[in-house]
Design a protein around this ligand. Structure first.
Ligand code: PBG
Length: 330
């Protein structure tokens, strides 16, 4: 008997047709959620130096971009406002103003584009002078008073026509509190995508540049409410609570360094689970690609595939439009 291997896994890999036939996971346009930055003023597009290829969009550029995204088949956008410092206060009250930039952006997109979901972040950081997601009292981010402010912000965004409320603040009890406020006001149809397991991560740096909260935050951090990157079991408790409180979908954030969490959440709860490929992850790939160190499109697609393999139902990625175009081109 010659000592040849009986099982040869390479057999299925010989040809393109065979590789396609045995492929377990795929990235499609339906997996993509596109986070976008909107800014006041008439300059249509302002580049963000720490996020190659990403721009802050004016309202009208946002409407154009949303139209393009919808045409490509991208299911949803997540809108992030760059708030004028003049509107920032200690208590972030502008979050509840029906004429703030987020609300105007939601109304503009909803009026112009059908068939695209609009997701809004719920957290006070774009609106506070200190850049924290909650109310700051005597050096502490106070939980329960913050819930009131978050509910006000949620109702304000729902009234503007937002489809999905996405609390990213990590206060305890906020999903239940917001769900109740939405239901009482007649917004039973508004979905909640909870940033259920959101870590106190250093990968958010470029995002904070983009929305101008890095300077506001100063030397501060968010470790008293965002999760410790060392913890995994705790993420499951966070997700369990958010489901109990009424989350329709959950998110793990950041993405690639936390694929183990994505897998555990999906396996344990089986509900729609998303991963956020955050700004720092995006910039690592694109920054290296810019220098010619990596093949940008290839590493991006491989990363998105990894999210799918880990069990994610979709990914928030700044590369959504690029990826959708490439998928379409085949
Ligand atoms: C705000 C918020 C942050 C991100 C999304 N929503 C930053 C933070 O928590 O400081 C980060 C997204 C990214 O880095 O791409 N609550």
């Amino acid at each position: 008997m010659p000592a040849f291997p009986r099982t040869r896994l390479r057999r299925n890999r010989q040809t393109d047709w065979s590789r396609r036939l045995v492929r377990e996971n795929r990235v499609t346009v339906d997996d993509l959620i596109w986070p976008v930055f909107v800014v006041n003023g008439d300059t249509p597009r302002v580049p963000i130096p720490s996020m190659p290829g990403v721009e802050r969009l004016s309202l009208s550029a946002l409407v154009d971009a949303a139209g393009q995204a919808a045409e490509l088949g991208i299911p949803a956008l997540a809108i992030f406002p760059v708030i004028d410092p003049a509107h920032k206060t200690l208590d972030g009250a502008h979050a509840g103003d029906p004429d703030n930039l987020v609300c105007r952006a939601v109304r503009a997109v909803k009026a112009a584009v059908s068939d695209v979901g609009v997701i809004c972040d719920v957290a006070l950081d774009p609106f506070t002078t200190h850049g924290q997601d909650g109310l700051l009292v005597d050096g502490e981010i106070v939980n329960d008073p913050t819930l009131e402010a978050l509910a006000r912000q949620s109702l304000n965004q729902a009234a503007a026509g937002c489809d999905v409320i996405a609390p990213s603040d990590m206060m305890d009890g906020r999903i239940g509190f917001i769900r109740e406020a939405l239901d009482e006001a007649g917004y039973q149809r508004v979905q909640i995508l909870s940033y259920a397991a959101k870590y106190a991560s250093a990968f958010y740096g470029p995002f904070r540049d983009a929305v101008g909260s890095r300077k506001a935050l100063g030397g501060g951090d968010k470790r008293t409410y965002q999760m410790d990157p060392a913890n995994g079991d705790e993420a499951l408790r966070e997700v369990a609570l958010d489901i109990e409180e009424g989350a329709d979908m959950v998110m793990v954030k950041p993405g690639m360094p936390y694929l183990d969490i994505v897998r555990r959440v999906k396996e344990q709860f089986g509900l729609p689970t998303y991963a956020y490929q955050v700004s720092g992850e995006y910039s690592m790939l694109m920054g290296a690609a810019e220098r010619g160190w990596l093949d940008g499109p290839a590493v991006m697609l491989e990363s998105l595939l990894a999210f799918k393999r880990a069990g994610a139902d979709g990914v928030l990625t700044y590369a959504a439009v690029d990826v959708a175009r490439r998928l379409k081109a085949g």
